[in-house]
Design a protein around this ligand. Sequence first.
Ligand SMILES: [Zn+2]
Length: 328
Amino acid sequence: MLHRFSIRHLLSIVLRMAVGLFLLPAVADAKTPQACAPGVTLKLSAPVSSQGSLLLLEVRSRKPLSEVTAEWNSKNVPFWQAANAQSDSKAAAIDLRQAILGVDLEKPPGTYPVLIHVQTSSGKPASCAIQIPIRAGKFATEKLQVGKEFVEPSPEQIQRANEERDKLRAIFDQVTPEKLWAGDFRVPLDGVTTGGNFGKRRILNGQPGSPHGGVDFPAVTGTPVHAAQQGKVALAQELFFSGNTVVVDHGLGIYTFYAHLSEIDVKPGDELQSGQVLGKVGATGRVTGPHLHWGLTVERARVNPLQLVKPLGNESERPIASEAANPE
Ligand SMILES: [Zn+2]
């Protein structure tokens, strides 16, 4: 018996090694901490993600970290320090760094690495990778027949819309190095907990349009719209598609976007408190009725903003993203 068991045990080890050549073992254990360097562990809020989702990445070190960098989606990921390794409180000392990874709603499904480089004040630099499987989001498809003029804007309108798109992309590309928010994010309307249409694919007169990059909240014109968290106004103006629009920079590459407002109550450069009124619900731009369109980008990735309305920041033990969190 012992002999047979040993052979089976050996076989299973050989098999696991063979599988390991093709599948990094980190995939199965991304949610549980894994070592990156002596005394330095990594953790992701979920082992698997999907289009339009957020992940929280944590680096914990028993010794103060002199450097932490990560690369995701060909971009440098900004970290913030959630806990400080105090040299005088030896037992519980920890240096905890956190970062948010955004998965764009059109990122092709597959497995992608996040590459992490760490260095402790007294150790050698180390590099490690976590493989993150990204699944397709479950987004509804809507087929609409509409008047030709709604699908084919004039050359002047196309030019205007393109210029505005480029302006928005330039804003979303800027990463303010400070974390401007503190605490949880909130839904921008009072008394509302959920909205719809995120990621919805639209086929207009048989032509696939771009997917819906935010969440819609139907509401009465004039309803106050609140900033989802502290931040700085990066844009406050009328745009072709989104009408009266406000963009708030929360720092570390995180921006929230508020569209179709009847009224804008802030100007670029204003520093907003969490919950401060920035405008009123309206029906400006291309809409069929009054509603708030709320968007979120994380280093250019378009993500479901409802995923932010969960503990972030110091609540390191509570996951901010999981498959169950996707509302589709
Ligand atoms: Zn919308």
